[in-house]
Structure formats: structure tokens, C-alpha cells
Design a binder for this molecule. Structure first.
Ligand code: VG1
Ligand code: CO
Length: 542
């Protein structure tokens, strides 16, 4: 019954910031997905008879690759697979199911915020038993295995019915098709004061949640409209579509423009939010008030105690290095540690497991806590709602009070997309080479005070991750960070992160673009962005 299929390696299966991400057409090459899945299993030990969790964001190819995964899992000796109905599991829900079921690990099918469809992107990532993305040691082993693979094991069986809840057999392995939403929604009820949020909605508070035709639709509809009583229509674009209805499911001011405009309108809703393809990101916009993800992390950390799940306070806060220092000031005020990690959620897992941090966040619209081991879009929206339900203030006021207390970190990220890889590499190499000469250099933003290439030593296991981004600091505490994206599927993307801190007694109501103008100029002067890329301005500003 078990078949061994001969195959040859693909040289391009190196997992990036979160898993293997490629064009659908690349995944459609013969044995491509099978090679990767077998390489994952070949890199793991001790899963015979154990449980695997499988689900994805519903994008094009989701169902087909799930069938492949199920057969390979059965042929490799997993005892049971839990798969979301219709092949659906948001990334945070998958993390929760892995933890709750005591699974050995999970395979999540998603390319997150990248577009979906036959000409767009697909991805696979492996999560370990703590529910979080595989750490670098594991992804390195998987990559090494993909370069050597010569065969994979599978079954010759008909497809499993992914729409039928309940148990089916695949060879000797049990496949359980589960409700993708219920467990996750129950978990949210344990963390937040649903009565208070229900009362907020009952009092006429209005929310617009844009699921961007991606995976959070069913989760948001169940939680916001059914369990919390928000009016029908609160969730827009709520049905997951294989091509996300041609949306680019990246919740930022460019791709969630409609939402932004609704919130800036005279008679707009009180609160707006959006999530990404796989449901782990969040965009927060109050009426007439955009909240940067870095500020959102800081506000959530400062107010988390207002939600029952965090009433006992936070153990620590962790943020990725390019995320602004706004959360650092909150940690300082709370007297708790602040950890600065490389980009990507995998670095938070150890801190959360060790009980060193409770809340984590990234500038790319990812926030989460120790309730799962992934960032969690709806979780962030619910924590905001819980805070609003208690404080009963508009978002504008909450932000103004926050800045008046902690000062304000003006922040923006400039992405230069689709650069030829050699050009992007040359820019980074030149900048790296110049690091020792930069301190003291005069720029439009003042003199450079520090310049380094971020290296992280994990405080729990001592593992070192080097070359995680170039940081350039200025005398007034401003900062520019340069790194290349690890999630793109075409050419290279340069990310330039700009941050300027203004103290509580300074100018707190500047336009971000004005506040950052000198830094933008300095960034180009230091890195030669236009010279290397030929681009006069970024493709996306968030
Ligand atoms: C981007 C973000 C990073 C995030 C990653 C995965 O990575 O910058 O903060 O963790 O995407 O997010 P990069 O390497 O392109 O900068 V998602 O929503 O894929 O899970
Ligand atoms: Co995502």
C-alpha cells in the first residue's frame, strides 16, 4: 500500500522568514510539494503514531497540497491528522490546535500577506509541538534535506473528504476533520471580557473588520457578530476565496485603503481593523486615527491588565528589532524586561515558553501573546475592543494620552520591491562594509552615533542569529534600519525602517512624513538607495 516515489532535489527550497514561499507555478512542478513535506518529516524524529495538525488559509492549491500532505503523513507513520474543515485553519488557530491536542507539530499552508491565485503565491511552514514556527536549527535541517532527497513515501488512495466533519481512515492513519473556528473562539472567551465587549456593541459602538477575503472571515464572523453581538455587516470581505477576490491580503494603508477611508470619513465607524491572508496580522485604525503597529504593541502592553487574561500583569515584552522603541518605554514604566529579537515570530517562541515574555509584536502588524505561539490578528483586535470597552474613550484620546505619558516614536517603513537580487545584495554589502566608518558621519538627521549589524543571542538556549539587519543610530535617539525581506517570491525587497523619538514634552502632533523627512534623506545618503536600485521612491510606505 505504501509507495516509494523516486524524485530529485529542487535547489530552491530554503525556508525564509516564515516557511517556504514560492509562486504557485513553482509549487506545481512535479513532486515539488511532496519533496518539501517529505524533507520536513525526514528532519524530525519520534513522530510515529503521533498527531499532526494540517490547515491553511484557503488560497489556490490549498486543498490539493493538503491531500498530498495527508498521504505522505500516513505513509511516514503519523497516527492521526487533525485537519480544518475545508482545509481551513488560520495560523493562530493552527497554533492553538497543536497546543491543545498535544500534537507533534503542524503544517500550515499559506503565503500569509502575499496574494493568492494561479499566478500568485503559495507556501508551507512547519510548526513544532509548542505551536510555534520551527526554530532556525529545524529549518536549516529541512533545507539541507531538500538538497539531498531522492524519494518520498506516499499512498495510492482516493482523496479525503475535507468538508465532512468527523473521522476517516487513510491507510492506518486517522484523519479527523475539525471545526476550524470553535476551539479558537473558545480560547478568546477565556482571555477577554466578552460581556463588556458585548455591552460596548449594544451601546452603539461601531466596528468595521475587513477580512480581505482571506482566512479570518469565518473566525471574525463567529466571534464578532455571533458571540459578541456586533451587527451583521461588521465583518466585510468575510468569505475566504482562493484568490482573495484579487485583494492583496496585506493589512496596511496601501492594501486596506477602503477601510482607512471609511475610518477617516466624517461619519465613519468608531473602530476599524483588518487581518492578512492567514490571520496572524492586524491593522488597527480608530476613527480619524491610524495606529502604527509599533504603537499598537505599546498601547496593548500598557493596557493589557484591563483584560481578564492579563489582569495579573505581564512578565515581559518582546519586539522584533526593527519595531519601534515605543514598547520599551512601557516595559520600563511597568518594571518588566524588554527583549529585542530578529524579525520573524520564531524568535519569540523560546521567550514565551520560558515565561520570560507575555506580549510580543512586530512593526509589520503582528501582535500576540503567550496564549499561542504565533502572532494573532483577531486576538489583537479583541484586546483593543476589551480596552475600549473598559476605558470608553475614542482611539484618538487613548493615543494622545499614551504619547503625553511616554513620548511618541514617529515611525514608518519604506519598502523597495522587485529589486534585482544582485543589486540589493550589493547595497547591503556596501553598507555592511562601511559600518566602521559611519559613526561621526554628518547627515540631514545629525551625526551618526552607532552603526552595527544586528546579532541576536537567544537568552534561553544561547543560539546565535547574525546579520539580522543594519542599525544606524543618531545622536537624538533616531534610528534607521536596513534589511532584506525573507518572504518575497520575486527579486529582492529592501526594507528601510525609520524611527524618531520625541519626548512627552516635545512635538507630539507632527505629520509622520514631516517628522521623518531628515531621516529619509539620511537613509538614502548612507545606503545609496537610489544609486543602487534606480528607484526614486519606495513602492510601499507603511
Ligand atoms: C515579513 C515581516 C515580518 C513577519 C514576516 C512573516 O518578513 O517583516 O515581521 O514576521 O513577514 O509574516 P520579511 O522577511 O519579509 O520582512 V506573515 O504574516 O508571513 O506570517
Ligand atoms: Co500572516
Amino acid at each position: 500500500m505504501i509507495q516509494t516515489v523516486a524524485t530529485t532535489p529542487y535547489p530552491d527550497q530554503k525556508p525564509g522568514t516564515s516557511g517556504l514561499r514560492k509562486k504557485v507555478r513553482v509549487f506545481q512542478q512535479p513532486h515539488y510539494a511532496a519533496n518539501f513535506v517529505q524533507s520536513v518529516f525526514d528532519s524530525l524524529d519520534g513522530f510515529a503514531g503521533q498527531t499532526l495538525v494540517v490547515g491553511g488559509d484557503g488560497r489556490y492549491l490549498n486543498r490539493e497540497v493538503i491531500q498530498t500532505m495527508l498521504r505522505i503523513a500516513a505513509a511516514n507513520g503519523f497516527g492521526r491528522v487533525l485537519v480544518g474543515q475545508g482545509g481551513i485553519l488560520s495560523t493562530p488557530a493552527a497554533s492553538h490546535v497543536i497546543r491543545k491536542s498535544g500534537a507533534f507539530g503542524g503544517l500550515i499552508l499559506s503565503a500569509s500577506h502575499n496574494p493568492g491565485g494561479p499566478d500568485e503565491d503559495f507556501g508551507i511552514k512547519y510548526n513544532i509541538g509548542n505551536g510555534g514556527p520551527a526554530p532556525e536549527g529545524v529549518t536549516a535541517a529541512i533545507h539541507a534535506r531538500t538538497l539531498e532527497i531522492s524519494e518520498y513515501r506516499t499512498l495510492d488512495t482516493p482523496d479525503i473528504d475535507l468538508d465532512q466533519l468527523g473521522t476517516q481512515m487513510l491507510g492506518e492513519m486517522t484523519v479527523e476533520v475539525i471545526d476550524p473556528v470553535a476551539d479558537y473562539a473558545d480560547l478568546m472567551e477565556t482571555l477577554f471580557d466578552f460581556d463588556a465587549i458585548r455591552a460596548l456593541f449594544a451601546g452603539g459602538f461601531t466596528l468595521s473588520f475587513d477580512a480581505m477575503s482571506a482566512v479570518t472571515g469565518p473566525y471574525a464572523t463567529e466571534i464578532l457578530e455571533r458571540r459578541l453581538g456586533a451587527p451583521a455587516g461588521t465583518v466585510v470581505n468575510g468569505t475566504p476565496l482562493p484568490d482573495f477576490g484579487h485583494h492583496h491580503p496585506d493589512p496596511n494603508l496601501v492594501h486596506a485603503r477602503d477601510l482607512y477611508e471609511r475610518l477617516m470619513a466624517e461619519e465613519g465607524p468608531d473602530f476599524g481593523a483588518a487581518s492578512d491572508g492567514d490571520g496572524d496580522r492586524n491593522l488597527i485604525i480608530g476613527r480619524h486615527q491610524y495606529v502604527t503597529p509599533s504603537d499598537s504593541l505599546a498601547v496593548l502592553a500598557a493596557n493589557a491588565h484591563l483584560a481578564p487574561g492579563y489582569a495579573r500583569g505581564l512578565k515581559g515584552i518582546a519586539r522584533s528589532m526593527p519595531t519601534s522603541g515605543a514598547a520599551d518605554r512601557v516595559a520600563q514604566a511597568l518594571g518588566i524586561p524588554l527583549y529585542e529579537t530578529p524579525t520573524g515570530w520564531k524568535f519569540f517562541g523560546n521567550l514565551l515558553d520560558a515565561g520570560m515574555a507575555t506580549i510580543c509584536g512586530e512593526e509589520s502588524a503582528g501582535t500576540g501573546s503567550d496564549h499561542v505561539r504565533e502572532k494573532d490578528g483577531l486576538w489583537a483586535v479583541l484586546l483593543w475592543l476589551n480596552i475600549l470597552a473598559v476605558r470608553r474613550q475614542p482611539v484618538t484620546e487613548i493615543m494622545a494620552e499614551h504619547w503625553a505619558r511616554y513620548g511618541r516614536n514617529y515611525y514608518a517603513r519604506h519598502d523597495y520591491e522587485g529589486i534585482a537580487t544582485e543589486r540589493a545584495d550589493a547595497l547591503m554589502a556596501e553598507l555592511r562594509g562601511a559600518l566602521p566608518t559611519l559613526p561621526g558621519r554628518e547627515t540631514a538627521a545629525g551625526a551618526v552615533s552607532t552603526a552595527d549589524d544586528f546579532s541576536y543571542t537567544d537568552p534561553t538556549d544561547g543560539s546565535v542569529s547574525a546579520h539580522q539587519g543594519i542599525r544606524i543610530g543618531f545622536a537624538d535617539g533616531s534610528r534607521v534600519v536596513f534589511r532584506l525581506s525573507g518572504t518575497g517570491t520575486q527579486g529582492a525587497t529592501l526594507r528601510v525602517y525609520l524611527e524618531r523619538y520625541v519626548g512627552a514634552d516635545g512635538e507630539l502632533a507632527l505629520e509622520t512624513a514631516d517628522a521623518l523627512a531628515p531621516l529619509i534623506q539620511a537613509a538614502d545618503a548612507l545606503a545609496g538607495i537610489t544609486r543602487h536600485t534606480g528607484m526614486d521612491e519606495p513602492s510601499v510606505i507603511t
